[in-house]
Design a protein around this ligand. Structure first.
Ligand code: ADP
Ligand code: MG
Length: 355
């Protein structure tokens, strides 16, 4: 097992596209590290560079204490699992699992031991004699994961391995992967564009945008204090409300007189945007203490909660998360107030966190 150090990694493709722009990552030995970002932000390119499938334009990659820049993939001792699980269609599950070991000329008795162990961990026992076309999508992906396991690599690299599965199976597989990683203690880099997946899996998350890392932190750190407006709008469902504010009488004021607690050390000479989670706002009766007037634009009743969209006279409507028992009609006049939890504040021009 080994940690992975990526230092000022840069990748420019021959057509001039800069896919990865000076990325630094320090992934701990035994860590489940998630790279999260929208399509095209450079996740796959970064992972392929770590695997040795793509040569970086500049920058260094270390696995354990070894500088691997010039090592071919096979000598990096890592296993990669892709979104499209490439199983050999003419081989049974057992032979698919054995394939990478036989390729290394491992003695057959040991191959059998390793295959049986991986099959036990991924619960593939009843599937060992089937070919891929007789397996469901989820079963195929479990075989693909098991095939990465049998090699006992120093690290796993996973490129959106759950994206093609349906929602229920994806949740199950997420639990399995998390459990497996904890059990094996093997370093894992898991790439996804799905923030829920990232939050539920990662020990830490790196949020990428346009080839750059915008934030690295634990799930709670990135949720509580997104480092940029991009991160603020990417994490959370619905994401943070971005509210134009100014400093008045020591408080942050938004449209309609909405008051937010001011973080310490804010200077007045810039245009500010506050990031307010939907659960940090409250819908009240009109005229309730501390509430400004607003109107219900729409409501999504999700069963365990309701998301209200309110017009409070601001440039953008705000979303408020409430208990399912809080009921207001469309178009009803209501009150809107902030619950008082500390609010991160961003500079509108640099889009970075200022306080
Ligand atoms: N072989 C290639 N040649 C040119 N541009 C590429 C190539 N592969 C990827 N790109 C571009 O690099 C950027 C990052 O791609 P990628 O790493 O696949 O992103 P992600 O996995 O986050 O969706 C995108 O703009 C993509 O179009
Ligand atoms: Mg990709």
């Amino acid at each position: 097992m080994a940690g992975i150090e990526v230092t000022t990694l840069h990748k420019r493709y021959p057509d001039g596209t800069v896919a990865v722009d000076r990325v630094d990552l320090s992934i701990g030995d035994g860590e489940l590290f998630v790279m999260l970002g929208p399509s095209g932000c450079g996740k796959t390119t970064t992972l392929r560079a770590i695997a040795g499938l793509e040569r970086q334009t500049s920058g260094d990659i270390r696995i354990g204490s070894t500088l691997v820049n010039d090592l071919p993939p096979a000598e990096r001792d890592i296993a990669m699992v892709f979104q499209f699980y490439a199983l050999y269609p003419h081989l049974t599950t057992r032979d698919n699992l054995a394939f990478p070991l036989r390729a290394e000329k491992m003695p057959e008795s040991q191959v059998r031991e390793r295959v049986d162990e991986a099959a036990r961990m991924m619960q593939l026992g009843p599937l060992l004699d089937r070919r891929p076309r007789r397996l469901s999508g989820g079963e195929q992906q479990r075989v693909a994961l098991a095939r990465a396991l049998v090699r006992r690599p120093r690290a796993f690299l996973m490129d959106e391995p759950l994206t093609n599965l349906d929602a229920e199976l994806r949740a199950d597989m997420r639990t399995e992967i998390k459990h497996l990683q904890a059990q094996l203690g093997t370093t894992m880099v898991f790439v996804t564009h799905d923030q829920v997946e990232a939050m539920s899996l990662g020990h830490r998350i790196a949020i990428l945008n346009k080839g750059r890392v915008e934030q690295i932190g634990t799930p709670l750190e990135v949720y509580d204090r997104p480092a940029s407006l991009f991160c603020a709008s990417f994490i959370g469902s619905p994401p943070m409300n971005l509210i134009d504010v100014e400093i008045a009488d020591g408080a942050l004021r938004g449209a309609g007189g909405l008051l937010l607690p001011p973080p310490p050390g804010l200077s007045r000479d810039r245009t500010l945007i506050a990031g307010v989670r939907p659960e940090a706002l409250e819908v009240t009766e009109p005229g309730a203490e501390g509430a400004i007037p607003a109107r219900v634009v729409s409501a999504e009743a999700l069963g365990d909660e309701i998301i209200y969209v309110l017009d409070h006279g601001g440039a953008r409507d705000v979303r408020v998360r409430t208990a399912p028992t809080v009921r207001y009609d469309l178009d009803a006049p209501v009150g809107l107030r902030h619950s008082g939890v500390m609010t991160p504040v961003y500079d509108a021009s640099t889009e970075e966190l200022v306080a």
